[in-house]
Design a protein. Structure first.
Length: 317
């Protein structure tokens, strides 16, 4: 084991000296409570893959039509969609633990037993930012240089009231000529479901089931707009071609059963990888897990994956 650890350390040192200004930036977008069929790309995939099964046979889906998520639709059309993706827990804290550690033994992360993704990226010169939902104490103890609270913004306000901490941080990282990693865990579509009245009306007119369903789906559309605004900012600042965005949810919602259950509705999550000019349009139907994002980001950064937690794989094509 000591020889393996020494080998990893040598690989890491070599990687540090090999990094250049062209290192990719990473933004990990974690939505809060999204049912797997509740974004357009997943609904369309299901209907195409299983044309003999009516879309509204899925609990909470309408007789016809799709979720109004044009920005996520565009990312899926120009990136990689993983329709058979699962998270490590059906509530947020164990799910986040598995995602950041790349390990399924999530309770060890809660006890501080794993080095997590931002720590590894920080060690090789990445600027790192935590925004939104977070359960593990001070972000600075976990490899984050800054958090939204350094900008006077509460966790729950990210995406709902402002994205300025994200944009200011990116501009600052550019000024220092540093690649960046951003943890963007918005509290959307999590309650309160106070979306735009026009969106609620649109879902009602599209015959989505029940009043709570209209309000919840209006929040999904709000989430989609936040992502669209982020992509516009990256394009306007010349960063779109060098930034990998991963999108997924922490756990399911809006299905029966869903959040808190060890079922498809609780553990299945949409997963998108969007990296213009690098990741080509594709649907990857293999079974994947949120723990696979840990080695994927390191792979794209040209960094070795730490020893341990063998139940993960890089999704880099």
């Amino acid at each position: 084991m000591k020889d393996l650890a020494k080998k990893y350390l040598l690989l890491l040192i070599f990687s540090i000296f090999s990094l250049g200004a062209s290192q990719p930036n990473f933004i990990l977008v974690l939505a809060d409570d999204v049912g797997w069929p509740h974004i357009g790309p997943m609904a369309r995939y299901f209907e195409t893959k299983y044309p003999h099964i009516p879309l509204n046979s899925i609990d909470s889906m309408p007789p016809s039509g799709y979720p109004f998520t044009p920005n996520l639709d565009a990312m899926a059309a120009n990136g990689a969609l993983f329709p058979n993706s699962y998270v490590t827990g059906s509530t947020c804290r164990p799910s986040i633990a598995g995602l950041l550690s790349g390990c399924n033994d999530v309770f060890n992360l809660v006890q501080g037993q794993h080095t997590i993704l931002p720590q590894l990226l920080q060690q090789v010169g990445y600027a790192t930012l935590k925004t939104g939902k977070w359960w593990e104490g001070s972000p600075k103890d976990w490899g984050f240089d800054e958090s939204n609270k350094d900008y006077g913004v509460l966790d729950v306000q990210i995406g709902r009231k402002t994205m300025e901490p994200v944009y200011d941080f990116i501009v600052g990282a550019q000024g220092r000529d540093k690649p960046f990693f951003i943890w963007l865990a918005v509290h959307i579509p999590h309650s309160n479901h106070n979306g735009a009245p026009a969106d609620i009306q649109a879902y009602w007119q599209a015959r989505w089931p029940k009043t709570n369903g209209w309000k919840y789906m209006a929040m999904v559309s709000w989430l989609d707009r936040v992502i669209g605004e982020l992509n516009t900012f990256l394009a306007d600042n010349g960063l779109a071609q060098n930034t990998l965005i991963a999108f997924l949810a922490d756990n399911g919602a809006g299905l029966q059963p869903s959040k808190g259950s060890f079922s498809e509705g609780g553990l299945r999550s949409p997963l998108l990888l969007y990296y213009p000019g690098v990741i080509q349009a594709q649907i990857r139907e293999e079974l994947v897990s949120s723990v696979d994002l840990f080695p994927t980001f390191l792979d794209y950064a040209g960094l070795p994956v730490p020893i341990g937690c063998p139940d993960r794989m890089s999704l880099k094509a």
